[in-house]
Design a protein around this ligand. Structure first.
Ligand SMILES: [Fe+2]
Ligand SMILES: [Fe+2]
Length: 299
């Protein structure tokens, strides 16, 4: 097993999944889950402690950058850059493969590949008896991480998401790091509603840029509205876990966030060491993708 590396200034997370692991740790501790500390199997305790310290300092550094740079101007420029969706044409399977290539090479210790996380999430949704489009969301929800293919830094791909253009909630993880955000100097962005109207609906709200919004834009004309909410807001922990930003929501948002909350445990708690039998499951998933998202998609 290789030694964990100390955080590096450009890529403070040794692995993009360290963010997901940290969210899992944060919320499972809050719920008193006895398995919360989650020592990986086969890792000596002292080695795990080092790993955890390095991971935690990496995660802190990650949020320092994320909170500093996710501003209204940054989000607008990312939307201009990506939302024409003219970067690439890829099938769902090509996107999954490219994610494997990016993320797995960055962490030789990772047991589960991206396709395994995708299929584990989807399988637990299927076992719970949810409709096919819900299972599909489990499979594809993280595909927006292909933003890494285009050279985006970690802080512009993953991380809890939050609105920009209005006051940052104190319940966002590590809120003290927002002091370095340039929007702090703009009085228009510092009030409770900022540039938005009370109850305007999240459709009007600019969210910090990352894999949720990007994938939402790629599939927005192809899936039911419930699925689109789950994809677009699955990292919006300040709202779906902390109950913040209700003043910007409309009735549809409140209704649809029930689905976002329904999806969240499948994303958080299905990472196991048990490896799915991909070959056996593949025909089912090929048919599922063919049903909703056939052919090449515009990225
Ligand atoms: Fe995600
Ligand atoms: Fe995920």
């Amino acid at each position: 097993m290789s030694q964990p590396q100390p955080p590096n200034a450009d890529a403070p997370l040794a692995n993009l999944d360290d963010w997901d692991d940290d969210v899992r740790r944060r919320y499972s501790q809050a719920e008193g889950d006895p398995s919360a500390s989650g020592t990986p199997t086969g890792v000596a305790q002292h080695q795990f402690r080092n790993y955890e310290e390095d991971t935690r300092s990496g995660v802190r550094e990650f949020y320092r950058l994320n909170h500093r740079f996710q501003s209204v101007d940054f989000v607008r420029s990312q939307r201009q850059k990506y939302l024409p969706l003219r970067k690439r044409q890829m099938t769902v399977w090509e996107a999954i493969e490219s994610l494997n290539a990016i993320i797995d090479t960055s962490d030789p210790d990772t047991e589960a590949s991206q396709i395994e996380h995708a299929i584990q999430t989807a399988e637990s949704i299927r076992r719970a008896g949810h409709p096919r489009w819900f299972v599909l969301v489990g499979l594809i929800h993280d595909l927006g991480k292909v933003l890494c293919l285009f050279g985006e830094p970690q802080w512009a791909v993953v991380g809890d998401t939050f609105p920009v253009g209005c006051a940052f909630s104190e319940k966002i993880v590590l809120p003290e790091f927002f002091r370095d955000n340039p929007d702090n100097d703009n009085p228009d962005y510092k009030t409770r509603c900022g540039i938005y109207r009370e109850g305007c609906g999240l459709q009007e709200v600019l969210m910090s840029w990352g894999h949720d919004e990007y994938l939402y834009q790629v599939v927005r004309h192809r899936l039911p509205v419930e699925a689109l909410y789950m994809i677009r807001y699955h990292s919006f922990y300040p709202a779906h876990r902390e109950g913040e930003y209700g003043h910007l929501m409309n009735d549809q948002d409140r209704l649809m966030f029930e689905w976002v909350r329904k999806f969240n445990p499948f994303d958080l708690y299905t990472k196991t060491d048990e490896r799915p039998d991909i070959n056996r499951l593949l025909p089912y998933y090929q048919e599922l993708v063919e049903e909703f998202l056939p052919g090449r998609l515009q990225w």
